[in-house]
Design a protein around this ligand. Structure first.
Ligand SMILES: C[S@@+](CC[C@H](N)C(=O)[O-])C[C@H]1O[C@@H](n2cnc3c(N)ncnc32)[C@H](O)[C@@H]1O
Length: 266
């Protein structure tokens, strides 16, 4: 724990453990469980959408941990300031390295094993399925959510943060990106996977986008389900799905199609 004035505020980590009623309480830490540590000015934005469906059930069942560190409680002075004006001038505010540094120390004090340290940033490498898979094979991940103009570069350099982007656009803060990345990762955890086959087949798992999907009714708005899917002939269905996946990838993502062709040739 750091020596910042925020120390007098006591605990700065909120850990969402098995029961929601444990919120703000001393955590029932489950060692060895994949853990997402999120450092944010807006801990109330979590678990957000991660509380729903597969990820939410898995969180409640203790299949993964979510630990939140409130950046504000490491702020300095009477007003718990976390930011200051950019050195050299310019618009906006920058998150202070002493504040972020103290939060990082606190957030990671229980981290064990391989836990990538990630700063969510539009300057970073673009997040993709391969990264989600590699994080799911780690012991967890620590995500720093920026706000304003971002974070003082020194704190990123000091801790060796990897910068990761959700895409080529600018969000107001890192929280939405963090939830998207945690969602993509948690659903790949072996303990969370309901149906491993559905993950095997889906877009991006074999370098192709997924084939179209259909369900009942057999005809809707004069549009029937493609006949082959109703034939019960598994070989033909597989062949059709592969053909459609290739066609969609070729049309929509020439970059992926080129990479797929290249890999096939190797
Ligand atoms: C308004 S943005 C700062 C943008 C920064 N001044 C720049 O031009 O690179 C505030 C915060 O939102 C988050 N953020 C914005 N866009 C993002 C993206 N595409 N992926 C991940 N995080 C993003 C980052 O944490 C960033 O520090």
């Amino acid at each position: 724990m750091s020596d910042t004035p925020a120390k007098s505020y006591g605990r700065k980590s909120i850990r969402l453990s098995v029961k929601p009623s444990d919120l703000m309480a001393e955590p029932a830490l489950r060692p060895g469980i994949w853990t997402a540590r999120v450092i944010t000015l807006f801990p109330n934005a979590f678990p957000g959408v991660l509380e729903e469906s597969l990820t939410g059930r898995a969180l409640n069942e203790g299949k993964w941990n979510l630990e939140l560190t409130d950046l504000r409680s490491f702020g300095v002075g009477k007003h718990r300031n976390v930011d200051d004006t950019p050195a050299g001038g310019g618009a906006g505010m920058v998150l202070r390295p002493d504040v972020v540094g103290a939060a990082v120390e606190d957030a990671t004090r229980n981290a064990r094993g391989n836990c990538p340290l990630v700063y969510l940033s539009p300057r970073g490498r673009r997040f993709d399925q391969a990264m989600a898979r590699s994080w799911s094979e780690a012991d967890g991940v620590t995500l720093l959510c920026g706000r304003f103009e971002g974070v003082d570069q020194r704190v990123l350099d000091h801790y060796g943060f990897t910068e990761v982007s959700l895409g080529d656009f600018v969000l107001t803060g890192g929280e939405i990106a963090a939830q998207a990345m945690i969602d993509a990762t948690v659903r790949l955890l072996p303990s969370v996977l309901g149906n491993a086959d559905s993950i095997e087949d889906e877009s991006h798992s074999h370098g192709l986008l997924e084939h179209p999907q259909y369900t009942r009714p057999a005809e809707w708005m004069d549009r029937p389900i493609p006949e082959v899917l109703m034939s019960g002939h598994h070989g033909k269905i597989e062949e059709w799905r592969q053909k459609m996946a290739e066609q969609i990838t070729r049309e929509r993502r020439p970059d992926m199609w080129d990479a797929y062709q290249k890999n096939k040739g190797e």
